[in-house]
Design a protein around this ligand. Structure first.
Ligand code: ATP
Length: 347
C-alpha cells in the first residue's frame, strides 16, 4: 500500500488551474521529487498534501486512508521550507523540542528525542545556540531535526536548499539523502533544480503547467525522456534539424542517423532531433564544423562546435584525454549516436 497518494487532485486559484487531476503514489521510505519550472504547481501539490490548501476535487491518502478533510496539525507530516523559519527566541534544542511539547510528550522522552535527532543531523554540540548564531546550512539542519523529532509519517521538503550557496547546497543535499535513508521516511521533495533532483531522488515526477510529464527513476527521466519537455528540462540537449527518412531514421545535414525516436513519424516530416552532449562524438566522417570552445571539466571535457551547414552550435561531452590536442578554430566532424535521441515534430 502507498505511504502517500495523490488521487486525481485538482486545484484552481480563480481561473488559474494549478493542478489538473494530479495522480502520484509514494511507497514507504521512498524519496520522490517534484521537479519543474516556476509556476508548474509543485508547491501547490505539497501544500495540498500538508493540508494548507484544500483541493477542489480528488483526495490525499495516507496508507490508504483519505485525510483530505483533516486539518494540517493532525496529518502527522513534517515540513521544511526554503526559508529557515526557526523560532528566533528558542535555542536549537528548544526549536527541535517545540513540536514534542505541543504534543505533550513527557520531558525525559523529549530530551531523549532531541538528543537523538540532533545527533542525526550532526548538531549535538550546538544545542544551546540561537538561530542568529548559525549558518544557513546549520539552520536548515535544525529545521530538518525539528521536522523529524515528532516522527512524522511523511516528510515534505519545499526547496529546502535553494537559499544556500552552491557548496553548502551539495553537502546538505547529500546529508538529507543520508538521513532520509537512515530514518527510512517517505519524503516528497520539491525543487526546480534538475541536478538536485537527479542526485537525491528514488523517483522524479517532472511537472509542467499543473500536469505530470513523466514519473521515473533519475536514469529513466534522463536517458528515456517521455516528452520533448522532459528532454529539455532535465540535463542539456542539442537540437539538430532533420527530416524523417525511414522507419527508424532521421537525416540531418545529409547524414542518415539511425534512431528509434523516429518510429511512428511520417516519412518526409521535419523534426528537431534532441541529442545529449555525451551522445555526440568526434568523428572524421560526421557533420563538419569548427571548434568554438574547449571546456575542461575534470572527468570529461565539453567541446563546443559550430556546425557548417546549419550554422548551429552543439556541445559534445568527450572522455578524458580525447580533446587534449583540440584548440579553438580546429576543423572536426561530429558523429551522432541516435539511440537515446528524442524527436520533436516541427509545427
Ligand atoms: P515556484 O517554483 O515558483 O515556487 P511552483 O511550481 O511551486 O513554482 P506553485 O507555487 O504551485 O508553483 O503555483 C502554481 C500556479 O498557481 C502558479 O500559476 C501560481 O501563480 C498559482 N498560485 C499559487 N498559489 C496561489 C494563490 N494563493 N493564489 C493565486 N494563485 C496561486
Amino acid at each position: 500500500m502507498s505511504a502517500l497518494t495523490f488521487a486525481g487532485v485538482r486545484k484552481t486559484f480563480g481561473t488559474n488551474v494549478a493542478l489538473h487531476g494530479f495522480d502520484l503514489n509514494l511507497q514507504q521510505g521512498e524519496l520522490v521529487t517534484l521537479l519543474g519550472p516556476s509556476g508548474c504547481g509543485k508547491t501547490t501539490a505539497l501544500r495540498v498534501a500538508a493540508g494548507f490548501e484544500r483541493a477542489d476535487s480528488g483526495a490525499i491518502l495516507i496508507e490508504g486512508s483519505d485525510i483530505s478533510k483533516m486539518p494540517p496539525h493532525k496529518r502527522n507530516m513534517g515540513m521544511v521550507f526554503q526559508s529557515y523559519s526557526l523560532f528566533p527566541n528558542l535555542t536549537v534544542a528548544g526549536n527541535v523540542e517545540y513540536g514534542l511539547r505541543t504534543r505533550r510528550i513527557a520531558k525525559p522522552e523529549r530530551d531523549r528525542r532531541v538528543a537523538e535527532v540532533l545527533e542525526l543531523v550532526q548538531l549535538t554540540a550546538l544545542g544551546a545556540r540561537y538561530a542568529h548564531q548559525l549558518s544557513g546550512g546549520q539552520q536548515q539542519r535544525v529545521a530538518l531535526a525539528r521536522a523529524l523529532a515528532v516522527r512524522p509519517s511523511v516528510l515534505l521538503l519545499d526547496e529546502p536548499l535553494s537559499a544556500l550557496d552552491a557548496k553548502v547546497r551539495t553537502t546538505l543535499r547529500d546529508e538529507i539523502r543520508r538521513i532520509q535513508t537512515e530514518v527510512g521516511i517517505t519524503t516528497l521533495f520539491v525543487t526546480h533544480d534538475q541536478e538536485e533532483a537527479l542526485a537525491i531522488s528514488d523517483r522524479i515526477c517532472v511537472m509542467s503547467q499543473g500536469q505530470i510529464e513523466q514519473i521515473g527513476s533519475p536514469t529513466e527521466v534522463y536517458r528515456k525522456p517521455a516528452t520533448a519537455f522532459v528532454a529539455r528540462f532535465v540535463g542539456t540537449m542539442n537540437e539538430l534539424p532533420g527530416v524523417v527518412s525511414g522507419a527508424s531514421e532521421v537525416t540531418v545535414m545529409d547524414n542518415r542517423l539511425s534512431t528509434p525516436a523516429a518510429k511512428g513519424l511520417a516519412k518526409g516530416s521535419s523534426v528537431k532531433l534532441l541529442v545529449r552532449p555525451e551522445d555526440l562524438t568526434i568523428d572524421a566522417n560526421g557533420m563538419p564544423g569548427s571548434v568554438t570552445s574547449v571546456t575542461f571539466q575534470g572527468a570529461s571535457t565539453l567541446v563546443g562546435v559550430r556546425l557548417d551547414v546549419i550554422d548551429r552550435l552543439v556541445s559534445i561531452d568527450v572522455g578524458q584525454g580525447v580533446a587534449d590536442s583540440l584548440t579553438i578554430g580546429d576543423r572536426i566532424g561530429v558523429g551522432v549516436n541516435g539511440s537515446h535521441a528524442v524527436c520533436e515534430p516541427e509545427e
